[in-house]
Design a protein around this ligand. Structure first.
Ligand SMILES: *Cc1c(COP(=O)(O)O)cnc(C)c1O
Length: 669
């Protein structure tokens, strides 16, 4: 019996819906899809105890990088609908584009994210597991993910519906539990799913609960609510997606018997959790409830603050609920503002970088004293390449146990004069870059040519085409200063018309290029996702980030890059504003004044592209002094900067971030 003990406990704690027995093949012998079952049993028991100060983390999206980090294994063969699709490439080497696409014979990442907010949530729960915190994540099982980006020749992006199969995704299990949400027009039932997020040592987990309305006996309309992330073409869909997360999440916690002390709202999307908890409480009890809620705001962009009219809210929610919303979230215009509501019902709140907190202080002066900041980070174990992990392990005197304490990377500075480290650092980078060249083999990239990448969500304030702003100038730089390889990638939200325009413009400009391909290669990759993100952030020479300050709350892709010694070229915004005193690359462009938010639609393309090109010329010159056709000058300033990047990565990671959440926001130690 003893051998069997975790299995029995697991099945008594977790009501797996396994009518045909296929999950039993992967959950047996105290193993859960290749990982230890014991960690799950411990976490499930702990969440049900009193006085554990458990944290429930609510987020609309999670980017967990499940395709390469702590990948769970299944006895079943990989379902073809869960394989990464074949992606096209659009470049100024059109012959290759016509004949080849990119194949990745790997599983997709759990498709329940759209971009940076989701990756941050995923990196947060992974770090909670590393810290062995009593925590649970709540999110939504998006039946059609976000969307798949297809290029339509040079004419732009055609969003396609994404298909995947949750029933055969390794590690994802449906539960028998059902949650009922009573809304004015109809009742909606939610099925619960679980995915266990393991620590890097596999000895601890954070359960992720995913809500799903795609079940009987829901109406067709209700079944669409958890279909596609961030549908915004219909105001009721948009509202109900948020209601599902808040009401459904609270319902799930109750149904599972979890004892929650702190409700963490990752963005205002989740604020209906408070409305659900406030039901039936007297006024002073509602005031006390605030002590259990904390809130992280992620956007300084006006469109990022969700607003709903009370007319619309009244059509969906019952009077008690709209009364609570009116009490805490009604703004002067008469609408319900979810940002305002979140601030009013939370006992601690934060912006996601110092710059972002300043913007919030201007936008919400009444809350100035309450709004703190915890700068975002990235989960080091997810984003560090194998090459760099191996490199750090070769210097244990400098980086003792850097896996348990990534903050130790700050000590890389002590290796600045170590010729052997400098040489191995360069080799590790070149090995990563060689892998990228192999991945893009048909496009004939060279590991000894200067390579820069811009890859992120396509939105106006991020200025996706800044580097293409003056194609003649760019061509001249490539011909006179040194050859250039540019990689671009990013999706625009399907309802963001301006975003569409940028992608059109990008493709159109690349199409018109007629410069010698050996001098200037521009490669636009379709369907930017986490696996491409991992690939690109770890292997180009320079990571380009050019948002219009102060509209980038934090940004995190540059943090993934510095962890792998990839230099930065960036405007001074988000996290970068906290690192400009460090020599990690080149900073350029407009800087906002400290007391105003400025104008989001004045993109300053002419001035800032001019500064970008000047910075680019300097970077290219230094690069070719460092890498002379494969012969490297180990004493180069370039390598000093790579080392500095690694030092700075000791700060911009989720371990530092979680320490700050513990002290400032959750107040658990
Ligand atoms: C890291 C990441 C992001 C966030 O990057 P930003 O710098 O915040 O734009 C977005 N999408 C993917 C796929 C990522 O991996």
């Amino acid at each position: 019996m003893k051998n069997n003990s975790f299995i029995d406990e697991f099945y008594s704690l977790v009501q797996v819906d396994d009518s045909d027995g296929h999950y039993a093949k992967d959950i047996k012998d105290n193993v859960y899809f290749g990982m230890p079952l014991e960690a799950i049993v411990e976490a499930e028991k702990r969440l049900r105890l009193a006085n554990q100060r458990c944290i429930a983390y609510f987020s609309m999206e999670y980017g967990l990088a499940t395709s390469f980090y702590n990948k769970l294994s299944s006895q079943l063969p990989l379902n073809p609908s869960n394989k990464l699709p074949e992606n096209a490439v659009f470049s100024n080497y059109r012959v290759a584009d016509y004949f080849f696409a990119l194949h990745q014979n790997n599983i997709i990442d759990l498709p329940i994210y759209s971009g940076g907010l989701g990756v941050l949530a995923g990196d947060t729960v992974k770090t909670m597991a590393d810290y062995n915190l009593p925590a649970v994540g709540l999110g939504i099982l998006w039946n059609s993910g976000y969307f798949r980006q297809k290029f339509w020749f040079k004419y732009g992006q055609a969003p396609e519906k994404m298909h995947w199969d949750p029933f055969t995704y390794p590690g994802l299990i449906p539960l028998k539990n059902r949650i009922k949400i009573s809304l004015k027009p109809e009742d909606v039932y939610l099925r619960l799913w679980k995915y266990y997020v393991y620590s890097y040592k596999h000895d601890s987990v954070v359960p992720l609960i995913l809500l799903d309305s795609n079940i009987e006996p829901n109406s067709q309309r209700a079944r669409q609510l958890t279909d596609q992330l961030y549908r915004s073409d219909n105001i009721f869909l948009k509202l109900l997606q948020r209601v599902m997360l808040g009401f459904g999440g609270v319902g799930a916690l109750t149904d599972l018997g979890y004892n929650i002390d702190t409700y963490h709202l990752n963005e205002g999307h989740a604020v209906f959790a408070f409305i659900a908890k406030a039901r039936g409480l007297a006024k002073d009890e509602v005031e006390n409830l605030k002590n259990k809620f904390v809130y992280t705001c992620h956007t300084p962009v006006e469109a990022g603050h969700d607003r709903f009219s009370f007319d619309d809210l009244n059509k969906v929610l019952k009077k008690e609920d709209t009364d609570t919303i009116e009490r805490f979230g009604k703004e002067r215009s008469g609408s319900a503002n979810l940002t305002l509501l979140s601030m009013n019902i939370s006992s601690a709140m934060n912006a996601v970088s110092r710059n972002h907190s300043r913007v919030m202080h201007i936008q919400f002066p009444k809350y100035k004293d309450q709004i703190q900041y915890v700068t975002n980070g990235v989960h080091p174990h997810t984003w560090i390449s194998e090459q760099f992990k191996a490199l750090f392990e070769k210097f244990p005197a400098i980086f003792p146990n850097f896996l348990a304490n990534p903050m130790i990377l700050a000590k890389a500075i002590e290796l600045k004069a170590d010729a052997s480290f400098r040489a191995q650092l360069w080799q590790a980078h070149q090995a990563n870059k060689t892998d990228l060249c192999k991945f893009l083999e048909k496009w004939k990239l060279s590991k000894d040519l200067f390579t820069i990448c811009w890859a992120r969500r396509v939105a106006a304030y991020k200025r996706p085409s800044l580097i293409l702003h003056d194609i003649n100038r760019l061509t001249r730089i490539a011909q006179e200063v040194g050859p250039l390889q540019i990689i671009l990638a990013g999706k625009a939200h399907p309802n963001d018309n301006l975003g569409f325009t940028y992608i059109n413009e990008m493709l159109d400009k690349v199409d018109k290029l007629n410069v010698d391909y050996d001098k200037l290669k521009i490669i636009v990759l379709e369907n930017y996702d986490i696996s491409l993100g991992k690939n690109l952030t770890s292997s180009v020479d320079v990571w380009l980030n050019n948002p219009l300050p102060p509209f980038e709350a934090s940004g995190t892709s540059g943090m993934k890059a510095i962890l792998n010694g990839v230099l930065q070229m960036s405007t001074v915004d988000g996290w970068v504003a906290e690192a400009t005193h460090r020599k990690i690359g080149a900073f350029f462009g407009y800087q906002n004044s400290a007391d105003s938010v400025g104008n989001e639609s004045d993109l300053r393309m002419n001035e800032d592209s001019e500064e970008l090109y000047r910075a680019l010329e300097n970077m290219i010159s230094l690069y070719y002094k460092t890498n002379q056709q494969g012969k490297v000058d180990i004493s180069s300033d370039w390598i000093d900067m790579m080392i500095e990047c690694i030092c700075v990565a000791g700060q911009f990671n989720t371990y530092r971030m979680l320490d700050q959440y513990k002290h400032l926001i959750w107040k658990i130690f």
